[in-house]
Design a protein around this ligand. Structure first.
Ligand SMILES: *Cc1c(COP(=O)(O)O)cnc(C)c1O
Length: 379
């Protein structure tokens, strides 16, 4: 989808636009992987839990990965009762929610040995697994590293060397983010081999974190999964989130004001970092489709809230956009809308689904939504 097409098709701003054709394209390498190995594909819905997206994906995936009761309920609603998988792992299982979770989820990977011991007996009917922390770091930013020192994510691999608790049928690990090669997977599996050899497991969940559509050579992962299946007879699951939707989301915005501040052009947009909070959390500069890195001029793109640091960054142009012009941020499909909020009382972006032939307004935030969030009355 080109920015020009997007701006021609989408009538309102700010808008979060999901390119459904791109989502289906992202699914293709995973379907090829399933054909080559018999592995199972889950979508990690926390990246973007829009129901119309879950429905779009539901024909292609084998299930959904969830982190909470609400995600599990929505996943179940979309998948129906046709026996497909819902996998849960989270440090935060609430004991009072466990009976319902165990009905909704086919597989639960406990996050620690103590979580397993405290909760697994409260209900039955699901397959019990354990999230392991393989203690192999691949992220250079600790905020993204599940294997950082004193990690809260997964049972320490050293604690499992003497065996797994009785009743554990599967292992889960998830240790990388936005990864563009499968070397971490290979190294992690090698480290897990002694445990795999000693246990009689039914399944292995390799987590998310790989951008399958951006990895040209899938031979390595095909070989790894085929070997796991041949040697250990396990079902193998992969559960990408960002890899399914990251490059399929756009944030369309309009320039509301333009002025010079201390010698630099500032463009105030009708969106803000509150519509893409990772810009502020991680001080990252999102990709702007209109940016021309060779451009002679530059402008600071700022959000419309009261926070001084509500700024997307400084971008280069060969001509600085005027008030009323529209701009498109790209690669915002994952972890943006789900973290968005109504700070300062600005509504969330309109949500559109587009494929080449049509666009559909899927959601529009209203004053009633704002009011429901901040008042105690239902009317
Ligand atoms: C977040 C998460 C995923 C998805 O990660 P992506 O980086 O979006 O692919 C998969 N599994 C677990 C356990 C997660 O926490």
């Amino acid at each position: 989808m080109t920015p020009a097409e997007l701006k021609r098709q989408i009538p309102s701003s700010p808008a979060f636009v999901l390119d459904e054709g791109q989502v289906l394209a992202n699914l293709q390498p995973l379907i090829a992987l399933r054909q080559a190995t018999g592995c199972k594909i889950l979508y990690s819905m926390k990246a973007l839990p829009l129901a119309f997206l879950l429905e779009l994906l539901s024909g292609g995936v084998d299930g959904i990965s969830v982190s909470s009761l609400f995600e599990a309920r929505l996943a179940k609603e979309v998948l129906g009762v046709n026996g497909r998988s819902i996998h849960l792992t989270t440090p935060g299982i609430r004991p009072d929610e466990f009976p319902e979770l165990s009905k909704l989820c086919s597989h639960i990977s406990f996050n620690s040995l103590s979580q397993y011991q405290r909760l697994h007996g409260l209900a039955d009917g699901y397959s019990k697994g354990l999230r392991v922390n393989p203690k192999l770091s691949f992220a250079n930013d600790q905020r993204y590293d599940p294997c950082r020192p004193h990690s809260k994510l997964g049972a320490d691999i050293e604690l499992l060397q003497t065996g797994l608790p009785a009743g554990i049928e599967g292992l889960h690990f998830h240790t990388v983010f936005a990864c563009l090669d499968f070397a971490p997977l290979q190294q992690t599996l090698e480290k897990l081999l002694p445990i795999l050899k000693r246990s009689q497991l039914k399944w292995l969940n390799l987590g998310g974190g790989y951008l399958y559509h951006d990895i040209a050579n899938q031979a390595q992962i095909v070989e790894l999964i085929n070997r796991l299946k041949a040697e250990f007879g396990v079902d193998v699951y992969v559960e990408p989130g960002k890899g399914m939707v990251g490059n399929a989301g756009y944030l369309l915005t309009t320039v509301l004001d333009r002025f010079v501040s201390d010698g630099k052009e500032v463009l105030v947009l009708d969106t803000s970092v509150n519509h893409h909070p990772e810009v502020f959390e991680y001080q990252m500069k999102p990709r702007l489709r209109e940016e021309d890195s060779a451009g002679e001029q530059s402008a600071i793109l700022a959000g419309s809230t009261c926070l001084a640091g509500d700024v997307f960054g400084e971008y280069r142009f060969d001509r600085i956009p005027e008030v009323g012009e529209r701009l498109v941020f790209a690669d915002v499909g994952a972890y943006s809308l789900i973290k968005a909020n109504r700070f300062n009382g600005y509504k969330l972006p309109d949500v559109y689904g587009v494929d080449p032939a049509r666009w559909v307004l899927q959601k529009r935030d209203s004053y009633a939504d704002y009011r429901r969030q901040w008042t105690n009355s239902e009317d």
